[in-house]
Write a protein that binds this ligand. Structure first.
Ligand code: NAP
Length: 315
């Protein structure tokens, strides 16, 4: 067992690294357990490591590559003394204070914890799909829509996210195909009507994307009709996957309150979980905004909440 730390931060996307910068500058000597490089759910740097250019992060008028932005966050946290472990947490115990965090055989003890394990977009699981993320395949219309001006693109999914993204993307694209596996949208009526009334959206009912093509960039997809099993090629330059998100909360089941969709519960306008001393920030507790800038903002909140909590409780 190591010495008791003031704060351990689990996860190293924009939320966790912002919490690291703030807690390091507050002399809390944060230890960041940043994740495992080979993993798509726990990779250090979070979801921005899977993007190319980020044009909506304030402060970078020319844009910045996602991985470079996260390396800058990390360097800034290191500069103030944050320590990093490049591995993933295997178990937590929030039932006793100080809390215990295990990374394989090593156990860490800490007075406070900031959970920033993020979320991952659900993917179709097709060959080429991951490789072409940032090169035509995207999971974020707000982030990448701008790159598809006057192009024909497809959105996969039939829920509110898919319809919202398809509608948003008509601002840029010349045509948006909404590819849905059934003959009825799951999306709410108001969203459905928006899609039906948008002349740029064509819904391809009863269709699934079964192949993703492209070398350097996406060149098109193959669709399969779920009823007739007929296959057709759709030569789109953009493919937005909007079939839902999964928060990375399996580690906390039974220890922290989860919403019915698996996201962590935090108190309104706060990063506090129901366990005093455990705070959560970023996408792991945000099923609504899901932006790097909002994650970073909530990471700052968590750092301030943890610092004040340690001070108030005399920890
Ligand atoms: P969702 O409601 O779970 O919808 C996922 C959609 O993707 C469904 O239509 C599903 O098809 C389809 N899908 C799932 N796996 C698939 C696969 N492997 N291949 C093809 N299609 C697949 O997820 P969401 O749209 O992200 O919404 C999540 C929650 O956020 C919902 O409660 C939603 O109401 C809410 N939300 C609200 C707003 C808003 O109000 N503005 C915006 C976005 C999200 P099936 O329908 O056949 O299952």
């Amino acid at each position: 067992m190591n010495d008791i730390r003031d704060v351990i931060i689990i996860g190293s996307g924009p939320a966790g690294l912002t919490a690291a910068i703030y807690t390091a500058r507050a002399n809390m000597s944060p230890l960041v357990i940043e994740g495992e490089p080979s993993s798509t759910s726990d990779q250090p740097g979070g979801q921005l490591m899977l993007t190319t250019e980020v044009e909506n992060y304030p402060g970078f008028p020319e844009g910045i590559m996602g991985p470079e932005l996260m390396m800058n966050f990390r360097a800034q946290a290191s500069r103030f003394g944050a320590e990093f472990i490049t591995n993933k947490v295997t178990r937590v115990d929030f039932g006793q204070h100080p809390f215990t965090i295990e990374v394989g055989d090593t156990s860490y003890s800490t007075r406070s914890v900031i959970v920033s394990t993020g979320a991952q977009s659900l993917m179709l699981g097709l060959p080429n799909e991951d490789r072409l993320i940032g090169h035509g395949v995207s999971t974020c219309a707000t982030c990448d829509g701008f790159f598809f001006k006057d192009q024909e693109i497809a959105v996969v999914g039939g829920g509110d996210s898919a319809v919202e993204e398809a509608t948003f993307l008509t601002r840029f694209a010349s045509k948006v195909y909404l590819v849905h596996r059934r003959d009825e949208l799951r999306a709410s009526k108001i969203m459905r009507d928006r899609a039906f009334n948008n002349p740029k959206i064509e819904i391809l009912w009863n269709n699934e994307v079964v192949e993703v093509h492209g070398e350097e960039k996406l060149s098109g997809v193959i669709l399969e009709n779920t009823v007739t099993k007929e296959r057709a090629s759709l030569p789109v330059t953009g493919l937005f996957i909007a079939i839902g998100h999964q928060p990375n909360t399996s580690l906390f089941a039974g220890q922290l309150d989860l919403k019915s969709n698996g996201y962590l519960v935090t108190k309104p306008n706060s990063s506090e979980t129901q366990v005093p001393g455990v705070f959560a920030c970023g996408d792991v507790q945000d099923d609504y905004y899901r932006q790097a800038i909002t994650a970073a903002g909530s990471g700052c909140m968590a750092a301030i909440d943890a610092e004040r909590w340690l001070e108030e409780t005399g920890e």
